[in-house]
Design a protein around this ligand. Structure first.
Ligand SMILES: [Zn+2]
Length: 84
């Protein structure tokens, strides 16, 4: 049973999850919603504490900061590509 536990136990889930505001599902893709497939931007997602979040207030601020920076960079790359 020790080995089974070692292989299957997940110490903590993802520290944050992204909820697609339009459909309310948790999305695992930053640029498109993994639930409904729609493209999503910074205003379309909401950072929520995931199963691995120890302290929601602190993780929420970190999640928001990471999400904001990550999406800003991703969208900057996308818009740069589209302007070619
Ligand atoms: Zn969705």
């Amino acid at each position: 049973m020790r080995q089974w536990g070692d292989r299957h136990a997940v110490p903590s889930g993802p520290p944050l999850e992204l909820m697609h505001r339009d459909c309310g599902h948790i999305s695992h893709d930053v640029m498109t919603c993994s639930a409904c497939g729609k493209p999503i931007g910074p205003k379309d997602v909401q950072a929520l504490p995931g199963p691995g979040a120890a302290e929601p207030p602190a993780d929420r601020r970190l999640a928001d900061a990471v999400l904001d920076q990550g999406l800003q960079n991703a969208l900057a790359l996308l818009s740069a590509g589209q302007q070619r």
